[in-house]
Design a protein around this ligand. Structure first.
Ligand SMILES: [Zn+2]
Length: 243
C-alpha cells in the first residue's frame, strides 16, 4: 500500500529536464472550443493533436526531452498552458495550431452532403512570437531556425495575417520565414520561457487540407521543429558552460 503510494508520487513528479533543455509541445484549443473548422468539417483540435504526436515522436527519436501540454484536449484556460509548461520545467514552449482566414475570404462548397466554408485564396504556414514574452530574443531565434527548416523543405509562409484589414494587421518581423509579432497571444505572453506559436497550414484551403494532413507534410514540420529545438538546447548548454 505504502509502496504503491510512493510509486504513484514518483510518477506524478514533473519530468526532469535533461541538461536544462525540455520542450513543451502545446496542443492548441480544447474539446469544447476546438478551433477552426476545416474545409471538410474537421475541427482544428483533431489536426493539432495529430501533428503534436508526430512532432513528439521526432523529438523522442532525436533524444530531445519533450512534454505534451493539453494531451487530453481539456485545458480551457489559456494561462494554464504556460503554467503547466513551467511546472514541468520546460525551457521552450511550442504551441501547435492550424490556420484559417477572415470570413470575407470564405465561400461555401458541398462536401459529403454538407455545406462547408472554405477559402482557397491563401496558402502556407505562419510563425508567431510575442514581444511581451520575457525571452523574446530566444523565441525569435527558435522561430528563425524553424522558418529556415520549413522553407528549406520547400514550404512557403502565408503573409495574410499582415494584411491591413480588421482582425489581421500583424507586424511581420521576417517576411521570408513568415514570422509575425503578436504581443497579446496569451500562451506566448504569459510564458516564463521562450515560446513560439506555429500555424502549420491553412485548413480551410481545400487542396492544402489534404497536403497539411498527410504524413510527408507532418514529417517536414516534425523535422524542422526537432532541428530548431536542438539549436535551442545547444544554446542552453553553451550558456550553462559559460556560467
Ligand atoms: Zn488555433
Amino acid at each position: 500500500m505504502l509502496r504503491s503510494t510512493i510509486l504513484a508520487t514518483i510518477l506524478l513528479l514533473p519530468l526532469p529536464a535533461r541538461a536544462g533543455c525540455l520542450i513543451a509541445l502545446d496542443i492548441g484549443h480544447y474539446a469544447e472550443a476546438p478551433g477552426e473548422i476545416s474545409a471538410r468539417g474537421v475541427p482544428e483540435l483533431v489536426y493539432n493533436i495529430a501533428l503534436t504526436e508526430r512532432v513528439k515522436a521526432a523529438l523522442d527519436r532525436a533524444e530531445i526531452a519533450a512534454v505534451v501540454i493539453n494531451a487530453h484536449g481539456d485545458i480551457a484556460e489559456l494561462a494554464q498552458r504556460p503554467r503547466r509548461a513551467q511546472a514541468a520545467g520546460a525551457s521552450l514552449l511550442v504551441s501547435l495550431h492550424h490556420d484559417s482566414v477572415q470570413d470575407g475570404y470564405k465561400s461555401t462548397w458541398e462536401w459529403k452532403g454538407a455545406y462547408r466554408a472554405y477559402s482557397d485564396v491563401f496558402s502556407g504556414f505562419g510563425l508567431f512570437v510575442s514581444g511581451r514574452n520575457p525571452a523574446v530574443a530566444e523565441s525569435l531565434k527558435v522561430a528563425e531556425d524553424l522558418g529556415d527548416g520549413l522553407t528549406a523543405a520547400g514550404l512557403s509562409p502565408s503573409l495574410h495575417h499582415a494584411e491591413a484589414i480588421p482582425g489581421e494587421n500583424r507586424p511581420l518581423l521576417d517576411v521570408g520565414r513568415g514570422i509575425y509579432r503578436f504581443d497579446d497571444l496569451a500562451v506566448l505572453r504569459q510564458a516564463a520561457m521562450p515560446a513560439v506559436l506555429v500555424e502549420a497550414g491553412i485548413i480551410v484551403n481545400r487542396a492544402d487540407e489534404e497536403v497539411i494532413t498527410s504524413e510527408p507534410y507532418r514529417a517536414v514540420f516534425a523535422a524542422a521543429i526537432a532541428q530548431a529545438a536542438a539549436g535551442h538546447c545547444r544554446r542552453l548548454e553553451s550558456k550553462a558552460a559559460i556560467q
